[in-house]
Design a protein around this ligand. Structure first.
Ligand SMILES: [Zn+2]
Length: 65
């Protein structure tokens, strides 16, 4: 399950050729930010779940005590 702060890979890379996105907002809509150029995309949860390929990094792994 994805969560705030995770780095995810989408089915389509961003126009800058990077396919690493950080989840920066989770609500009814989800905001993801391209880690390379900082471009932000907002989409519904349903869209996000359709377009997300996999989770690359869990934020909790490195920050949870
Ligand atoms: Zn980008």
């Amino acid at each position: 399950m994805y969560d705030l702060g995770d780095i995810v890979e989408m089915k389509k890379p961003h126009a800058c050729q990077t396919n690493r996105w950080e989840i920066i907002r989770m609500g009814a809509d989800i905001k993801i930010k391209c880690v390379n150029c900082g471009h932000i995309v907002m989409m519904t949860r349903r869209d996000f779940e359709k377009k997300m390929k996999k989770i690359l990094e869990k934020k909790a792994d490195s920050t949870q005590a």
